[in-house]
Design a protein around this ligand. Sequence first.
Ligand code: PLP
Length: 369
Amino acid sequence: MTNAVYLDWNATAPMRPEVASAMSVALARCGNPSSVHRWGRAQRHATEHARAAVAALVGARAEDVVFTSGGTEANHLALLGSSHRSVLVSAIEHDSVREAVADAISIPVHSSGLVDLSALERLLAATKPPALVSLMLANNETGVIQPVASASAVARRYGALLHCDAVQAAGKIPVALDVLGVDLLTLSAHKIGGPQGAGALVLGRDLALTPLLRGGGQERGRRAGTENVPGIIGFGAAAELARDDHDSEKIARLRDRAAAQLIDIAPAARVFGAEAPRLPNTLCITMPGVAAATQVVALDLAGVMVSAGAACSSGKVRPSHVLAAMGADPEEAQSAIRISLGWSTDVAAIERLVDAWGALYRRTRAEAA
Ligand code: PLP
C-alpha cells in the first residue's frame, strides 16, 4: 500500500536517505579494513570515521566503541564478556538481555514501569560480588525512561558494574555515558535510521572483555570477524544525523494528540507508563476488550502499521513480560498495542490511526451489543 502509515519505529526506523546514499557508495567499494594496501586502508579509514561518529553520539572515546552485528550481540557481549559472578537484570529488559544469562537475578519494577531502586540495593547487598547490573535506558514497549544514573550510584556503592541497553533511547533523548555513569552501553543502528545488522557495545571505562567471537584481532581483539563495513558506515552516518535531531517536541505533541483522541473514543483505554518519564515517540495503549493481535491486523488492513504491546516474534504474540512486571491485569495487557512515531510522522498519520482505531473499536462494540 503506497500511502500506508508507519507507526512502528521502535521495531525499526526507516533508513535516513543520507544513510542509504552513504551505504550505496560503500557497497560499490572493495577492500578489507585489515588489508594494508590502499583499498584496505580506505575501508579502515571509513570504519574509523564511523566509529568516531558513534562515539560522539554518546560522549565516548572512539577506541571504546566495539562494533557488533546489532543490539542483541552487544547485549550478549556485555553480559557474557565481562565475566561477572552475579548478573542482575531488570524485569523489563529486552529478551536479548533477559535470556543472555540463564541464572540472572531479576530486579522488580514499580507499576509505573520504573525500576525499584530499593530492591536493587537489597539484591546487591545479598549478592556475591563481583556483580553486573543491566538496566535499559528506555523501554521498547512503554517508552518509560529509567533512572539509570541513580541505579549506577547504587551499583557503585556495591562495586558492581552497570550495563545500559540504550537501543531505544539513542536518537530520541540525549544519551551521555558520563551523565549516566554506565560502564557498558548498547546501541543499535536500525533504531536510529541506520541499517539493520549493525550495532555497538560502548565501554565507559577501560574494561577487559572476553570476546564471544574469536579467531581474528578485529575490534582490538574484542570481536573477531571482518567488519560489516557498509553497515558500519551507515551506522556512523545515522549517528551523525541523530546528534542534531531536534524533533522530539513535535513528536511528543503528535503522540499526546493521538493518546488524547483515542481516549476520547474509548475512555477506558489505558496508557501504560503514563505516570513516568517516557520517550517522546512511544504510546502503549489498550483498546478495552479487543486483543492486540486483532488490532494489529485490523489497523494493517486500514493501512496503519503498529505492533502488539505484547512481544511479537515469528508471527506469534506472547504475553508481555514488561506489562506483567508492571503488575498489569493479564487481560488488559493482552489488549495493549504499541504505537511508535518518528521524525517523518505527521498529523495526517495520526488522523489515519485515530480513524482506523476508532472504526475498529466501534465495530467490536456494536458486535458485542
Ligand atoms: N534492546 C532493545 C531495547 C530493543 O528494543 C532491541 C530491538 O528491538 C534490541 C535490544 C535488539 O537490537 P537488534 O535488533 O539490533 O539486535
